[in-house]
Design a protein around this ligand. Structure first.
Ligand code: GRF
Length: 190
């Protein structure tokens, strides 16, 4: 079943691009119907323009987080999105948004959850001295980085790694595993 996807991103947008590329290559039966970002200058917007993906900047108001979320959710509904993919979206969603798309929001996190939730997971992995880390695609629930796991990939952690080197190794796997997790949803009939 072909899925309509909404994406939320705050920055570079390489995961967004990885999903879009598989759609264009025909290996993923889906369409990114709308990209939403809270940052006007997010490089993700350039990627959206280059790939003809509709996009929308919504200013984020810390005093009224639901206002942002309501506008975003209405836009995703108007675009008839089946699933929302968080791809480097740096805001924590409130229960309002999570309930509105219950079971239909995915996130990618650069650690092997349930280890190293929250910020700087690659740094946390180095500090813990683990020999393997990786990334996790999971459903978003009201508990941060704790929803049901859909897919994971493992990478080695080397003695001389720094945060950037480890992050790059993990990111390469994110680009493989995020489209794969979405493909599993299409295979399951959405
Ligand atoms: C990725 O490492 C993702 O796992 C994390 O934020 C980063 C976003 O990168 N949630 P990009 O914007 O997709 O390039």
């Amino acid at each position: 079943m072909s899925l309509r996807l909404g994406v939320m991103a705050s920055g570079r947008g390489s995961n967004f691009l990885a999903v879009q590329r598989e759609i264009e290559d025909g290996t993923l039966d889906a369409e990114i119907a709308l990209l939403v970002s809270d940052r006007a200058r997010a490089p993700a917007f350039d990627r959206a323009r280059e790939h003809d993906v509709p996009s929308l900047h919504l200013p984020y108001d810390k005093q009224d987080r639901e206002a942002f979320e309501r506008t975003a959710a209405d836009a995703f509904d108007r675009a008839a999105c089946d699933y929302i993919l968080l791809a480097g979206f740096m805001r924590i969603l409130t229960p309002y948004f999570i309930r509105r798309f219950s079971g239909r929001i995915l996130n990618i996190h650069p650690s092997l959850l349930p280890s190293f939730k929250g910020l700087h997971p690659q740094r946390q992995a180095l500090e813990a001295g683990v020999k393997f880390s990786g990334c996790t695609v999971h459903l978003v629930t009201e508990d941060l980085d704790a929803g049901p796991i859909l897919a994971q990939a493992v990478v080695p952690v080397y003695e001389n790694d720094d945060e950037d080197r480890l992050a790059a190794r993990i990111l390469a796997q994110e680009h493989r595993v995020y489209p794969e997790a979405v493909r599993a949803l299409t295979a399951a009939g959405g």
